[in-house]
Design a protein around this ligand. Structure first.
Ligand SMILES: *Cc1c(COP(=O)(O)O)cnc(C)c1O
Length: 512
């Protein structure tokens, strides 16, 4: 299987796509064609464990390059770090109305990014071998909270690899910041950057694009790579859980083979939901993908009007991992709906960079309408939805999942008006453990405000009787290793990374 750039010009293998991350002309790598999964294959997935299912779906794209056996071994090892017996369990909230939650947060950092980032190091390692890359790999990431920690945890102490993470100092939750700043490992570096996530992501993208910076790293025998969801190796493991959820619905008798279902996805960078759209292209019977946004509703407006417009205020919300204005992965979808028109895709991306907006045609918009429903939830809607589900079913969810649930409720109401007999089930993707955002979740479920995250954890535990994850409880007693916050300035950021590449930065814990 070959991969091509959304902006044209390149054709590479899967291993090359993973090593490169981003195409040379700034485009994203997409599969040359979508592989298909037949009904028989879907049926046979019922007998498989989650790691086997994941390896099977990954194999559709990467088996030629990385080998089916290697993928199976990689997935077995990666998902062994998850704390539940089934790494990605499907929870039935209400079978009558067809409401299910797919819990993606049982990995080592309590957020769904682990699903991909526990596997990515294996994919990258083998891809380097296959393509003959000899340099050390430096994973550079901008994070709105969860990617950074998941990348650090996935790549820590992996021989031949280093990982550096920049987070916006005005835009990650306290638990997220603590999780990153206490990170263990001898190959890690974490720093805050002044500003919000979009500023931070833009600066990191410029570092990736800087020839001078890349040349300096090359002198040190180091090569940059990306763990952001623009890397196909990050996207691919996410396709698998859509299949797995469908198969679980099938085996538990909730649906019959061929029945369609809806997926509701709390969306930021558009990686998670794009993986769902890829699953649909591969033949998974998905009716709609519901794209849920918070107050930063660029995507909701885009789906409604066909205009992607980032000229607007940026809001900080209780769902910080979705506080994003420029959703990088949308480029892959634009490429598809334009009939794989590389010139047009490149032109739109340039227009977005220069004029902060672009629009699509009516024909393209009709294609989107066929597969997507988009909505947003205010902070109040989110709190209300979280409360309602807890009150009715005793099920506690995090704030990002709360956004998805609130949008699901609007969607469901509209569907019911259209067709009262419609009984298509919905699977809401749950992207973080509620204990990761304890104060906001406690407030939503009980109206109680507490000043401190750890007090929040305690109260939430009393309220829900749900067990708090050890990795979050432990944060309280861990000394900070990383305290730097740098200016949003390319020279300062590149200087930090170059010193890290030289091995100068391996902070030791403070003795306090
Ligand atoms: C990253 C993240 C999202 C958004 O996922 P995208 O793939 O960026 O759309 C939603 N919720 C949580 C908790 C996340 O960490």
């Amino acid at each position: 299987m070959y991969f091509i750039s959304t902006r044209g010009g390149e054709k590479v293998t899967g291993a090359q796509a993973i090593v490169q991350g981003l195409a040379k002309n700034g485009g994203l790598y997409v599969p040359e064609t979508f592989p298909s999964v037949s009904a028989d294959e879907l049926q046979s997935m019922a007998e498989m464990s989650y790691p086997e299912r994941a390896a099977f779906i990954l194999g559709k794209y990467l088996a030629d390059d990385l080998g089916a056996d290697y993928l199976k071994e990689a997935c077995e090892k990666a998902y062994a770090s998850f704390t539940t017996k089934d790494p990605i369990p499907l929870i039935k909230v209400d079978g009558e109305v067809g409401l299910y939650v797919l819990e993606l947060f049982h990995g080592p950092t309590c957020a769904f990014k682990d699903v991909a980032l526990q596997v990515l190091p294996y994919l990258l390692k083998k891809s380097c071998e296959v393509t003959g890359v000899k340099e050390d790999i430096l994973i550079l990431a901008a994070t709105s909270g969860d990617t950074g920690k998941a990348a650090l945890e996935g790549f820590r102490d992996v021989p031949g690899m280093k990982v550096a993470v920049f987070y916006p100092d005005e835009g990650v939750a306290k638990m997220q910041r603590l999780q990153m700043c206490i990170q263990d490992g001898n190959n890690v570096c974490v720093s805050g950057v002044k500003g919000n996530f979009d500023d931070c992501q833009r600066a990191v993208k410029r570092l990736f694009a800087s020839e001078e910076f890349n040349a300096k790293l090359a002198d040190k025998g180091v090569r940059l790579s990306s763990a952001n969801s623009i890397n196909f190796g990050r996207l691919a493991p996410q396709i698998a859980y859509y299949f797995s959820a469908y198969v679980d619905m099938l085996t538990s008798g909730q649906i019959e083979m061929g029945d369609t279902i809806d997926f509701v996805v709390p969306t930021g960078n558009f990686g998670d939901i794009l993986a769902g759209w890829y699953a649909k292209q591969m033949g998974l019977p998905i009716r709609k993908l519901v794209c849920a946004s918070n107050r930063n509703k660029v995507l909701t407006d885009f789906f409604a009007k066909g205009v992607y417009d980032v000229k607007r205020a940026f809001h900080r919300t209780m769902s910080p991992s979705m506080d994003i204005l420029v959703s990088s992965n949308l480029e892959r979808l634009l490429f598809e709906i334009s009939g794989r028109n590389v010139e047009l895709t490149a032109q739109r991306m340039q227009q977005l960079a220069k004029e902060k907006e672009y629009c699509i045609t009516q024909k393209e918009k009709n294609l989107l309408d066929k597969d997507f429903y988009a909505g947003f939830a205010s902070e109040d809607d989110t709190v209300e939805a979280m409360y309602e589900i807890f009150d009715e079913y005793g099920y506690a969810m995090d704030t990002h999942t709360g956004v998805a649930l609130a949008v699901h409720m609007k969607y469901h109401e509209e569907k019911e008006k259209e067709d009262p007999k419609d009984d298509t089930p919905s699977v809401v993707l749950s992207t973080a453990n509620p204990y990761k955002f304890p104060q906001d979740v406690l407030y939503a479920l009980s109206g109680n405000d507490v000043k401190d995250s750890f007090k929040g954890i305690k109260r939430l535990n009393l309220l829900t009787a749900m067990k708090p994850p050890k990795c979050l409880l432990d944060l309280r007693y861990r000394p900070l290793r990383f305290k730097t916050v740098v200016a949003n300035d390319l020279a300062k950021m590149s200087d930090l990374i170059l010193r890290f590449a030289d091995g100068e930065i391996v902070p030791v814990p403070d003795k306090e």
